[in-house]
Design a protein around this ligand. Structure first.
Ligand code: F6P
Length: 743
C-alpha cells in the first residue's frame, strides 16, 4: 500500500507534466518558431529586394527581358530562396524565375504576406511568401515576390521540439521527486505531530493544541487507546497457538514421530453406575491441560486404570480409543493392586513427595515400603512405554511427581527416545528437598530425561540448586542444562495452560445472565447477592480454610454484606484414603458450619460447601454466574482454575482473586494478587472485588483473557515439543559427524 502511494506520488506529477507539454507547450512553441523565422525571412527579403532594385530598374528601363530573366534565375539559385517574381505597380506578374508557381498571382501573394505565418503549401514543400517594394533611388519598378524555403524551419522546429520534450520530461522527474520528498516529509511531520499531540507530549511546538481544544484532544486520545486495546483483545495474535499449529509442528520438527504420554491419572474413567457404564472426566489440572494436546497429536496415553468399570471396556492389550464419542488417541491402562496403589500413589507420591514439594506445613512421611512400591510401579509404566513404542525413538511425555524414576528407566531400554519430564507441582529449595531419604535416586531418575520442565524459572532454579547440592553433576547455568554421567539434560520453564475455547464452543454457552439466573435459582439466592466461588480438589494446599477465615472477617468488618455475600466452594473429593485429607475435610466442614451459624439464618447461608465432582459444563455455568473467583493456594505449581475462570468470562466481567504463591500469579497480573495467609488482606480483596466498578472489571478481565488466550496449552506443548525437535536434530547431526570421523 505504502509503495503504491509512493509510486502514485511520483507518477502523477510526471503525467501532468507530459500532458501539459503535449497540449499547450508544443503547439505554442511551433507558432513562436514560425513567427521568429518569418520575421527573419522578411528582413532577409527586404535586403534581397534592396540589393536587386537597381539591377531590376536597369533591366526594365533597358527593356532587356533576357537580362532580367538571367538576374532572377541567378538570384533564385540562393540556398533559401526558392523563387522570385516581379509584380508591376498594377499587380500583374511581369517577370519571374523559372520555378516560380505561376498560379500564385500578385494579389494573392500580397494577401498571404499579410498573414502572421506567411506560409504557402506548394507540391514541392512549404514556402514563406514575402512581398517587398523593388524601388531604387531612380524609379519604382514594382514589387518583388520572394518565396523562401520553409523546410529548414520545419527541421529546426522538430529539433527544438525534441529538446523541449526531453527538457519537459526531465523537469517532470525533478518535480515528481521533489513532490514525493515534500509529501513524505510533511505527512510524517503531520502524523508525528498528531501523535505527539495525542500522546500529550507537545514535542512539536506549533502543533500544540490551543488550551480550549485540550479536553477534546484528551477525549480523542483516550478513545483511540480504548479502540487500540479493544482491537488487540478481540483480534489476538496472528500466530496464535492452536491444534493445527501443534500438529504441523509435530510433522515438521518431529517428522510425525510417535508421541506417548504417561501420567498417573487417566483422562477418562469408566465407572459402573445405576444406569450402566459411564465415562467421567477427573478433576485434574493435568488432565485438563494434556488431553487437548493428545487429541491434536493422536498418540498413546498410558495411565492408571482406576475406574470401577475400566477393565470391562478395554481390548486384549488393555487399550481403548478415546474420547469415547469420537476417538482421537489410544488410552493404555495399567493395573495395580490396592496395596501397590497404597504404597506408590497414596504413600510415596502423596504422603511423601506432595507435602515435600508444597511447602504447606504438612509434614511429609517417607516409608521404605512406599518407596519400594513407587519403584515397582515406575518400572511397570516404563515397561508399558517400551511395549507401546512403535520405534526406538518415540517422544515420551512423562507427567508429574508420580514418575520421578521413569525417565531413567525408559532411557535404559530405549536410549534413543526423547523423554520430556514435566513436574506439575512446585520444586522446593535444596534444604527442604534434603529431608527425602531417596533424594539422590529421585534426582538421578529424573536426569534420565532429555528435558525437565517446570512451570516457573523459580522452580527450575530450585531444581538446579538441588542437583548441585546432592549430585556430582556439571551445571551450565547459561544454557540451563545439567550433565550427569555423560548425559545432558535441559532444564526449562514451560508455564502450563488450558485450551482456549473456540468460537464453536463458546457459541453454545448460555448467556452469563442466564447462567446467573439458573445458579441463583438452584442455590435459592436473592438477586442482589454478591456471589464468590472457589473450585478445587479438596486439598490442604488450596487455601480453602484461609478463604473461610477471610469471609468471616469480611462479614465482621462489613456487616452490610451479611445477607448479601455468599461464598460457594466446590470441592472435588480427592485422596480420601489419607488421614491428612480426611481431617482437613472435616475441619473445613466444621468451620463452614460455624460461620453459617454465626452469620446465617433460615434464608441465608454465607457458605455453601458443595463436596462433589462437577462436570465441565456445570463449572462453566458457575464461573459465568459469579461476581468473583477466589484462588488462594498456599503453594501451587500453576493453578488452572484461575485460567478456566478467565476463559469462561467472555462478558469481560467478574474479578479474579489470586494467591501470589500460585505459578499463575506470574502471568495473570491483572488479578487481585493476595497473600492468602493474611486474613485481613484477603478480606479486603473480597470487599474490593465485590464493589469493583464494571469498567474496571472489564479492563482487568479483558487483559487477563488476552494473556490466557495467547499463552494457551498448545503453546505449552508446542514449546516443549519444539525444544525436543531441536534436541533430536542435534543428536542426529552428532551421530552423522561421528560416522564421518570413524569412516
Ligand atoms: O497439581 C498437580 C497435579 O498432578 C494436578 O495436575 C492434578 O490435578 C493433581 O495434582 C493430581 O490429583 P490426583 O491425585 O487426584 O490425580
Amino acid at each position: 500500500m505504502k509503495t503504491l502511494q509512493l509510486q502514485l506520488r511520483f507518477l502523477i506529477p510526471l503525467l501532468v507534466a507530459l500532458v501539459i507539454a503535449a497540449l499547450v507547450v508544443l503547439p505554442l512553441m511551433d507558432q513562436l518558431t514560425l513567427r521568429w523565422f518569418s520575421r527573419d525571412l522578411n528582413t532577409r527579403g527586404t535586403l534581397v529586394a534592396g540589393a536587386l532594385a537597381d539591377a531590376i530598374d536597369d533591366g526594365v528601363s533597358s527593356g532587356s527581358s533576357a537580362r532580367l530573366q538571367a538576374l532572377f534565375d541567378r538570384a533564385a539559385r540562393d540556398e533559401r530562396l526558392v523563387a522570385i517574381g516581379l509584380c508591376s505597380n498594377d499587380d500583374v506578374l511581369v517577370r519571374h524565375s523559372a520555378n516560380y508557381p505561376t498560379s500564385l498571382k500578385c494579389l494573392e501573394a500580397r494577401e498571404i504576406a499579410r498573414r502572421p505565418d506567411q506560409r504557402l503549401e506548394l507540391p514541392t514543400g512549404a514556402v514563406h511568401v514575402g512581398v517587398h517594394p523593388a524601388s531604387s533611388e531612380r524609379a519604382n519598378a514594382g514589387t518583388l515576390v520572394l518565396l523562401h524555403d520553409l523546410s529548414f524551419v520545419d527541421r529546426r522546429s522538430q529539433d527544438t521540439r525534441q529538446y523541449l520534450i526531453i527538457f519537459i520530461i526531465g523537469l517532470g522527474f525533478v518535480i515528481s521527486l521533489i513532490t514525493m520528498v515534500v509529501a513524505q516529509l510533511s505527512w510524517r511531520g503531520w502524523v508525528s505531530g498528531m501523535r505527539a499531540i495525542l500522546r500529550g507530549e507537545g514535542l512539536v511546538r506549533p502543533l500544540l493544541p490551543p488550551p480550549e481544544l485540550q479536553p477534546v484532544v484528551s477525549e480523542v486520545r483516550a478513545r483511540l487507546r480504548d479502540l487500540e486495546d479493544e482491537f488487540r483483545r478481540s483480534e489476538g495474535l496472528v500466530t496464535q497457538w492452536n491444534p493445527e499449529r501443534l500438529r504441523s509442528l509435530l510433522h515438521t520438527q518431529l517428522r510425525g514421530d510417535q508421541v506417548i504420554v504417561v501420567s498417573n491419572r487417566e483422562p477418562y474413567i469408566h465407572e459402573r453406575g445405576p444406569n450402566g457404564i459411564i465415562a467421567k472426566r477427573p478433576a485434574s489440572g493435568l488432565v485438563t491441560a494434556v488431553e487437548p494436546v493428545m487429541r491434536a497429536c493422536s498418540g498413546t496415553w498410558i495411565a492408571h486404570g482406576s475406574g470401577s468399570a475400566d477393565r470391562e471396556v478395554v481390548d486384549a492389550g488393555d487399550r481403548i480409543g478415546v474420547p469415547p464419542q469420537a476417538p482421537d488417541y489410544w488410552l493404555r491402562r495399567i493395573w495395580m493392586t490396592e496395596q501397590e496403589e497404597q504404597g506408590y500413589y497414596y504413600g510415596f507420591a502423596n504422603e511423601g513427595l506432595w507435602p515435600l514439594c508444597h511447602v504447606a506445613h504438612v509434614r511429609p512421611v517417607f516409608r521404605e515400603s512406599d518407596w519400594e512400591a513407587y519403584r515397582k510401579i515406575n518400572q511397570r509404566f516404563a515397561d508399558a512405554v517400551v511395549q507401546e513404542a512403535r520405534g526406538e525413538d518415540p517422544v515420551v511425555l512423562v507427567q508429574d511427581y508420580h514418575f520421578a524414576l521413569l525417565p531413567q528407566m525408559i532411557a535404559a531400554q530405549l536410549p534413543r527416545a526423547t523423554i520430556l519430564a514435566f513436574w506439575h507441582i512446585p520444586w522446593p529449595n535444596p534444604e527442604s528437598f534434603g529431608i527425602c531419604p531417596w533424594r539422590r535416586e529421585i534426582l538421578q531418575g529424573m536426569l534420565g530425561a532429555t528435558i525437565i520442565g517446570f512451570h516457573t524459572r523459580f522452580h527450575c532454579r530450585n531444581f538446579i540448586e538441588t542437583v548441585d547440592r546432592y549430585l556430582e553433576a556439571r551445571i551450565e547455568h547459561e544454557h540451563s542444562s545439567i550433565s550427569y554421567q555423560d548425559k545432558e539434560t535441559l532444564i526449562e520453564s514451560y508455564p502450563i495452560s488450558i485450551e482456549w475455547p473456540t468460537q464453536q464452543m463458546s457459541a453454545v454457552w448460555p448467556p452469563a445472565s442466564e447462567c446467573r439466573r439458573r445458579v441463583f435459582e438452584r442455590l435459592k439466592l436473592p438477586v442482589d447477592t454478591c456471589l464468590a466461588v472457589g473450585v478445587d480438589r479438596f486439598d490442604y494446599t488450596k487455601g480453602i480454610l484461609e478463604r473461610l477465615r477471610a469471609v468471616q472477617s469480611l462479614l465482621e468488618t462489613h456487616p452490610d454484606w451479611r445477607g448479601r455475600f455468599v461464598f460457594v466452594q466446590v470441592a472435588a473429593p480427592t485422596r480420601s484414603e489419607l488421614d491428612e485429607y480426611r481431617t482437613f475435610r472435616e475441619r473445613i466442614q466444621r468451620v463452614s458450619d460455624r460461620i453459617n451459624q454465626r452469620f446465617g439464618n433460615e434464608h441465608y447461608q454465607p457458605i455453601h460447601l458443595l463436596v462433589e465432582h462437577h462436570e465441565r459444563d456445570a463449572l462453566n455455568e458457575l464461573f459465568r454466574a459469579a461476581n468473583m473467583c477466589v484462588v488462594t493456594s498456599l503453594h501451587d505449581g500453576m493453578n488452572l482454575v484461575s485460567k478456566e475462570f478467565v476463559a469462561a468470562r467472555d462478558d469481560e466481567q467478574g474479578v479474579l482473586i489470586l494467591s501470589r504463591f500460585a505459578g499463575a500469579a506470574r502471568e495473570l497480573t491483572e488479578a487481585l494478587i493476595v497473600n492468602p495467609y493474611h486474613v485481613e488482606e484477603l478480606a479486603d480483596a473480597l470487599h474490593r472485588a465485590a464493589t469493583m466498578p464494571e469498567p474496571e472489571q472489564r479492563e482487568r478481565m479483558g487483559a487477563l483473557r488476552m494473556t490466557v488466550r495467547e499463552y494457551n496449552v498448545y503453546r505449552w506443548a508446542g514449546r516443549m515439543l519444539a525444544d525436543a525437535g531441536r534436541w533430536r536434530m542435534r543428536a542426529r547431526i552428532e551421530a552423522r559427524v561421528q560416522r564421518y570421523m570413524q569412516a
